[in-house]
Design a protein around this ligand. Structure first.
Ligand code: MV4
Length: 450
């Protein structure tokens, strides 16, 4: 096992990894920008190294600085958290060349899943159900028009290098195709330096269901059920739950096995998430994320496992601590993302936290790097905490969420907490009756968003 690991991240996820390391008797090294000298992750780690100025490009994304911090401190492995360098295949390649261990998948698997066409081809060959559409890339408008007729409108044109909704355009009818095709290509080119696109049937009212998988890199893998992350605004998730309110035990077992078999087959190592659209009882693969996700705690809640501990174990060459038959769902978990943002427009709201009180009690977990007197810097994302509740069933989790939100105090900045109080009053949220468009429609009618 490693004696010391470095966490190439900040905020709540850096704390999450430091905590797992401490329970395992592993030393932790925090890295930080000059804007984060007073940040909680720096205080909580055993050691810290300043790696650059505030801009992420020159600090949390600076590969030479992070490798230097490993050399200075003697850290043997790097946990990337999510975002930043977590899905950067070039970074993982460089670590391999320096004899450092990346706590995550191989550079090859990151590369495969980072190119959406290659990811889809790979998954399809492994027996994972995909959205009907083009076979690979679509080079010309004439090809796009032919595929549009074959697949049937509406269709969606996606950049192979895309993500977060960028480089994605819907063509409702044949006459939209030229504009949608050219726009998707142009956005792929300008955002990712790659104008290759592919085409899929556009599913109009799906849910976003993602399957948590975990592999040991030696041909063994498990699944840890699904999360429903349909409540999103502009491709930012705000509310996530497990199990999915619309998924039956039989569906879970079936799609779960398809996913665990697929990742076992490629000797995948560590945590991964296979994203699906779910409509009329069918799952359609869209993407795979090769990292620990923000919303992993809801899965930890219902399965009672520590996914970060497992990531560290398999990265050190040790086995996972469970097999599929050991994994049983216990109750229901919900996470809400608390952002320092001002409603109704969700504009970022950095500033000084004058008061902070985290909720507690049975079934309540608050993952946050806040403290009273801390100043949220303006340079990074606006996530300041995740409130995760667990109950014996969904109704109990919802009641616990309402109760713990009312205990939470964050003063000095605006937050998204009022949104959650309002959402919990909605019959559709109470019954789990929502799809990927529900929240944006609700915001338009309740917050006058355009
Ligand atoms: C789709 C889709 C409908 N049909 N693909 C959005 C981001 C990217 N990860 C995939 N996305 C979508 N792909 C087909 N064939 C609708 C979306 C989509 C979406 C997906 C998940 C969660 C929220 C979303 C919001 C808008 C569009």
């Amino acid at each position: 096992m490693f004696k010391k690991i470095l966490i190439a991240n900040r905020g709540e996820i850096a704390l999450r990894v430091i905590r797992a390391a401490r329970e395992m008797g592993i030393g932790s090294v925090a890295v930080h920008s000059t804007a984060d000298s007073d940040a909680m992750h720096v205080r909580m780690a055993d050691e810290s190294v300043c790696i650059g100025p505030p801009s992420s490009q020159q600090s949390y994304l600076s590969i030479p600085s992070i490798i230097a911090a490993c050399e200075i401190t003697g850290a043997e492995a790097i946990h990337p958290g999510y975002g930043f360098l977590s899905e950067n295949a070039g970074f993982v390649q460089i670590l391999e060349d320096h004899g450092l261990t990346f706590i995550g998948p191989t550079a090859e698997h990151i590369r495969i899943m980072g190119d959406k066409i290659t990811a889809k081809d790979t998954m399809k060959a492994l027996g994972v159900p995909c959205v009907p559409g083009s076979e690979g890339g679509v080079p010309t408008l004439a090809d796009a028009q032919r595929i549009g007729e074959e697949v049937g409108y509406p269709v969606i044109i996606k950049a192979t290098a895309g993500g977060g909704g960028k480089g994605m355009k819907v063509a409702q009818t044949a006459k939209d195709m030229e504009r949608a095709f050219q726009t998707a290509r142009a956005e792929g080119k300008s955002n990712f330096g790659n104008d290759e696109v592919y085409i899929e049937k556009y599913l109009t009212t799906p849910r976003h269901i993602e399957i948590q998988v975990f592999g040991d890199g030696k041909g063994r893998a498990v699944h840890l059920g699904e999360r429903d992350c349909s409540l999103q605004r502009r491709h930012q998730k705000v509310f996530e739950e497990a199990p999915g309110p619309s998924i039956t035990p039989e569906e879970r077992a079936r799609i779960g096995k398809v996913c665990s078999d697929a990742v076992a087959n490629i000797n995948y190592i560590g945590a991964g998430t296979i994203e699906f659209l779910y409509e009329n009882g069918e799952f359609y693969f869209i993407e795979m994320n090769t990292r620990l996700q923000v919303e992993h705690p809801v899965t930890e809640g219902i399965f009672g496992v520590d996914l970060v501990r497992e990531q560290i174990n398999v990265a050190a060459g040790l086995p996972m601590s469970f097999q599929q038959e050991d994994l049983e769902i216990n109750g229901h978990a919900i996470e809400v993302r608390i952002n320092a943002e001002k409603l109704p427009n969700f504009s970022p709201c950095p500033g000084r936290i004058t008061q902070y009180h985290a909720p507690g009690g049975l079934g309540v977990r608050m993952d946050s790097a806040l403290y009273a007197g801390y100043t949220i810097p303006p340079y990074y994302d606006s996530l300041i905490g995740k409130l995760i509740v667990h109950g014996r069933h969904r109704a109990e989790a919802l009641a616990r969420l309402e109760r713990s939100l009312s205990e939470l105090i964050v003063d000095g900045v605006d937050t998204t907490v009022p949104l959650f109080h309002a959402l919990l009053q909605e019959p559709d949220v109470q019954s789990g009756n929502y799809n990927i468009h529900w929240l944006e429609h609700w915001l338009e009618t309740h917050m006058g968003e355009s």
